[in-house]
Design a protein around this ligand. Structure first.
Ligand code: GLA
Length: 738
């Protein structure tokens, strides 16, 4: 970074009409065109002298000083991709607009031009630029926000659309931001993204972008397991391939929205250009902006790095730990959790939970959680969602005695809720059949016998707040797992005015955020976990309101290596809850009973939890588990606060390896997994990353009972040779600077 004193993350060059946003290793430039439009100019490696930009000549005919009056030039240019920083639908725009609106008189055309700008320092001390645009004729304004995260090479962008007139304006598309990648002559941009389904969440996919539009999206009003609002684009050429984990240029971004979203990547070739627009999904979207009202989009965070996918992930992880996660718990360790869901499902009572608690405490568990089944008459998933009172059958004395015992045993107590859903067989639904989304008279789909409460209605939100407030107020609860197990269908809100009925998608998500935030403010000690049939609510919006997330209902330790790899592409390991279970982890799902070390090592790469049926433990098993939990607590700061290096991907061979390094590089751990031993193959070294080359490290875990001392330099150049034997072998290598 330049000298601290002279380093200015945001600079405005009055004469040229440029704004230069600078981070430690990147520059981002946009400016005012002669007709007042805001044009994107550059995003990539550091541009120390922005004047050089103009001096080197402009690629397009539409630079700030360019000839905007030449309609042929504009048409030709608009034929491929837009150049505006925030393209609004009007005149020659045939691409994905960030903004599309209809005025009260039926006019559907926008020409946004510069009006003013200002600069301030945001609450986290991050510099913030606001540029206000306005339509040339109609009373609509847009504030474009660019917040710079200098040390992490990231930009956070969002926009605010304002109606300054006296008639309503219909918003049909309001995305958060549009990102423009540099033009290249040969080669292609390659897209990396996450895809999946229930039980196979967050899996990495990589493919060259085709010409035209590629859309990643959810229309389910949850983030979804099928697609995740994250993208990475690297530069790929046939000679040299693309970026790797540690080298190559990567542009990447993630959206902060937990409802229906979309990210559209548009490619034009010869020359190669890519434009990425993203935000709230405009499918079935409509928002009526009343006079004087504003619409605020969720943030879209993006960055550039010349150091590969690994650095992109590390920057996003650090961003979550340092800025995004709720501050109350961001710096505290995530506790070792016990959750009996997979061990007992709905079949438990007070006595059984007492027994589990005693056993969990002996193992070193720090947080004891009751999952689904503690409320109403919840003996199956067909009943009682919505009735948030303690089950009189399972807990005739309330939760008090169990919570007291859990606390006496030195553990925190946590509980599961699914506030947004309701079973038709519930007191709540019988009292308020009109509280759900529906098109009355038409068939209504159920998922797990549940329907969705209409959180666009203030009375529904008030009811949920009261239920949760009572639950937290009456019981010493330290953790809530907030689940939501179904995507939206039949999204009807027919008692709202027709022009407002489609606002429910956005109002629903905002209501969830708001409920959690209000409860957090009243009960700051509570830790919140987001879950949606596994990882269907994994996004930067969730990270802003919840402390951790449940990545997948699949706890098979081998499958998890793939799911967790995808998770780690964008999301911090500290937030990634991973249980060791004996249910689908080794019996039911893939019909494989995996060994205990493999199961623990897989789960220890995130926030460790246990989900076994503890009553089936033998004394030997118990002793082994105690030892793993103790070991996890010892390395927890490295896993939860350290920098992650994905040394070997489970996708590329029989061996996977993950390394975590403390920020001061004094300690590191390496998890090595081998799923199959093939062809009597010789062991090969694994080169480490991120260590201090000048220091010596004490290394254990390569061979049973062995301890060696070697330099960081050798560990990174020669690499380690961990001893692994047979199929599904794993080891945990620990390094400590001496
Ligand atoms: C979802 C969650 C699980 C569990 C069940 C309870 O499937 O993902 O972890 O909480 O609901 O019904």
């Amino acid at each position: 970074m330049e000298n601290e004193k002279t380093f200015q993350p945001i600079r405005y060059f009055e004469e040229a009409g440029f704004w230069l946003l600078s981070t430690e290793n990147t520059s981002y430039l946009f400016g005012r065109a002669s007709d007042g439009r805001l044009q994107h100019l550059y995003w990539g490696e550091t541009l120390s002298d922005p004047d050089d930009f103009a001096a080197l000549g402009l690629e397009t005919q539409t630079a700030p000083s360019g000839d905007y009056d030449d309609i042929a030039v504009r048409l030709q240019f608009k034929g491929s991709l837009p150049v505006e920083e925030y393209p609004a639908w009007g005149d020659f725009l045939y691409n994905e607009p960030c903004l599309k609106a209809t005025f009260a008189d039926g006019v559907r055309d926008l020409h946004l031009v510069y009006a003013s700008h200002s600069q301030e320092t945001g609450p986290e001390g991050l510099p913030l630029l606001k540029v206000t645009l306005k339509d040339t004729l109609y009373p609509l304004e847009v504030d474009l926000f660019h917040r710079v995260v200098p040390g992490l090479d990231l930009l956070e962008r969002w926009s605010v659309v304002r109606n300054t007139g006296s008639s309503p304006i219909d918003l049909e598309t309001v995305l958060s931001a549009g990102w423009h990648l540099p033009t290249r002559n040969q080669g292609s941009y390659r897209l990396t993204h996450l895809t999946g389904r229930w039980f196979a969440d967050s899996r990495v996919r990589r493919a060259l972008l085709p010409d035209g539009k590629t859309t990643l999206e959810s229309r389910r009003n949850i983030t979804s397991a099928e697609a995740n609002p994250f993208f990475a684009l690297d530069w790929w050429d046939p000679e040299n391939g693309g970026a790797s984990e540690e080298t190559g240029e990567v542009w990447f971004g993630a959206l902060g929205w937990s409802g229906s979203w979309k990210i559209t990547l548009e490619r034009a070739s010869e020359p190669e250009r890519v434009y990425v627009a993203g935000g709230i999904n405009d499918f079935d979207f409509r928002w009526q902006l009343a006079p004087g009202e504003e619409f605020v989009t969720p943030p879209f965070t993006a960055g550039f790095t010349p150091k590969g996918f690994g650095q992109a992930s590390r920057n996003l992880h650090r961003y979550q730990l340092d800025y995004l996660l709720p501050r109350a718990h961001a710096n505290k360790p995530r506790k070792v959790v016990y959750n009996s869901w997979e061990a007992a499902f709905f079949d438990f009572n007070e006595a059984k939970q007492f027994e589990m608690a005693e056993r969990a405490a002996r193992l070193g568990v720090e947080l004891f959680v009751i999952d689904d089944g503690w409320f109403g008459h919840r003996f199956s998933d067909r009943v009682s969602l919505g009735d948030w009172y303690v089950s009189p059958e399972k807990f005739p004395n309330g939760l008090g005695p169990l919570i007291r015992r859990v606390n006496e045993l030195g553990m925190d107590f946590g509980i599961w809720v699914e506030p947004e859903s309701v079973n038709a067989d519930s007191d709540l639904y019988r009292q308020h059949p009109d509280w759900i989304y529906q098109f009355p008279g038409r068939p209504h789909n159920e998922v797990r016998r549940a329907r969705i409460l209409n959180l666009a209605k203030p009375e529904v939100v008030a009811y949920l707040y009261d239920c949760l407030d009572r639950l937290l107020g009456e019981n010493n609860i330290s953790y809530i797992k907030w689940d939501f197990n179904r995507p939206i269908t039949e999204p009807g809100w027919l008692d709202a005015p027709p022009e407002r009925q489609r606002e429910m998608y956005v109002r629903h998500v905002r209501a969830v955020y708001d409920l959690v935030d209000r409860l957090r403010a009243k009960y700051p000690a509570v830790v919140w976990e987001a879950c949606s049939s596994g990882g269907a609510r994994l996004d930067l919006g969730t990270m802003r309101h919840f402390d951790q997330t449940w990545p997948s209902d699949n706890t098979d330790p081998f499958d998890r290596l793939f799911i967790q790899e995808g998770y780690s592409l964008a999301y911090a390991p500290k937030t990634m809850v991973a249980w060791v279970t004996d249910s689908n982890g080794s019996r039911d799902i893939n019909n494989q009973a995996l060994n205990l070390p493999f199961r623990f090592h897989s789960a220890m790469t995130g926030a460790l939890g246990l989900g076994d049926d503890l009553t089936r433990y033998t004394p030997e098993r118990e002793q082994a588990v105690i030892e793993f939990v103790r070991e996890y607590k010892e390395i927890r700061p490295i896993v939860q606060e350290g920098a992650l290096y994905r040394l070997l991907s489970p996708r590329s061979g029989p061996i996977a390896a993950l390394q975590y390094v403390l920020p001061d590089r004094s300690e590191a751990v390496v998890f090595v997994f081998r799923h199959t031993e093939h062809y009597w193959q010789a062991a090969t070294r694994i080169r480490l990353q991120g260590l201090d080359p000048a220091r010596r490290y004490r290394v254990t875990g390569l061979k049973a009972g062995q301890e060696i001392k070697v330099s960081g330099q050798s560990l990174m150049s020669l690499g380690i040779l961990p001893e692994l034997s047979g199929h599904f072998a794993s080891t945990l290598v620990k390094l400590k600077a001496v």
